[in-house]
Design a protein around this ligand. Structure first.
Ligand code: 15L
Length: 274
């Protein structure tokens, strides 16, 4: 069984992926925050992604890394810089030094959040980040490209939409990804023999999608879920928002300076309208 390192394992995405991937992989979980209880097959390594020594320890001997760690919403530049620029670099560099060849990088829909909602985009469009956070995800994708070309790493960058058991608002009807669909994409990133550097959208098979996710399909992705099943219920409770946010795919990220950090709201139901 392969051993997979999940960075940022205590975050919202980590919680879903642990549940979905357990039994298929031995999971080494890493986070700044302690993680308990652990399920069978899981081990925990405390680590700060911005410290190379911690990441050298965490990545040693694993078959692949799923890099989820970092600041997961718009924040101050020092916070984004430390976690998503320095931290992302240290994870790639530690992987290289330890000979880990496979990586799934958790990029985000916010790398392209300034595209309009009336456009359908694929993974080849030029980045249009909607925030400092979005810029940091574009940086991560660029780093993945460099490490693939220069060091032979095999990296799948997933521009993840919103991971939740169910979509929570109109925007998320277009970018929702169910935990099991995300796990399917992650497994493709770990297993697909021909990946060098790829970008795909981490979304379910939503009828209202803004993405032409043909690259994911080419790699074998067959989403099982579609947000349409929740649309009537979601739209019934929707209230008009800021017109700038409603025009762009990235929603409120196009105008807010800081979004409440989900890590600070741990374990509360996630109903942020960002
Ligand atoms: C993201 O990239 C964030 O990590 C997540 O917290 C959500 O805000 C999501 O995008 C979204 O766009 O809903």
């Amino acid at each position: 069984m392969k051993t997979i390192l999940l960075t940022g394992a205590a975050g919202g995405v980590g919680i879903h992926l642990r549940r979905e991937l357990t039994g298929r992989y031995a999971l080494r979980l890493s986070d700044l925050r302690p993680l308990k209880p652990l399920a069978p097959g899981e081990t925990f390594v405390r680590g700060d992604i911005a410290r190379l020594s911690d990441m050298l320890h965490a990545t040693k001997g694993v078959d692949a890394i799923v890099h989820l760690g970092g600041y997961s919403v718009e924040g101050s530049w020092p916070a984004i810089h430390r976690a998503n620029i320095v931290g992302c670099y240290q994870v790639f560099e530690a992987a290289r030094r330890n000979g880990v060849k496979r990586m799934v990088f958790a990029s985000s829909n916010h790398a392209v959040g300034f595209y309009r909602r009336d456009q359908v985009i694929d993974q080849r469009v030029a980045p249009r980040p909607d925030s400092r956070y979005g810029v940091s995800k574009v940086f991560g994708e660029a780093l993945a490209s460099l490490y693939a070309d220069k060091y032979g790493m095999q990296v799948l960058c997933l521009r993840i939409g919103n991971v939740n058991p169910a979509p929570i608002d109109r925007r998320r009807l277009s970018i929702w990804v169910s935990p099991r669909d995300l796990a399917q994409l992650v497994a493709i990133g770990i297993e697909h023999p021909d990946i060098r550097f790829e970008i795909a959208y981490g979304v379910s098979g939503n009828a209202r999608s803004w993405y032409d996710n043909w690259n994911a399909a080419r790699l074998g992705y067959r989403p099982r879920d579609d947000s349409e099943a929740y649309a009537a219920e979601v739209l019934a409770r929707e209230r008009p928002g800021d017109p700038r946010a409603e025009t762009c795919q990235g929603g409120a990220f196009v105008h807010v300076e800081e979004v409440e950090n989900p890590a600070a709201l741990r374990r509360k139901p996630r109903r942020s309208r960002a």
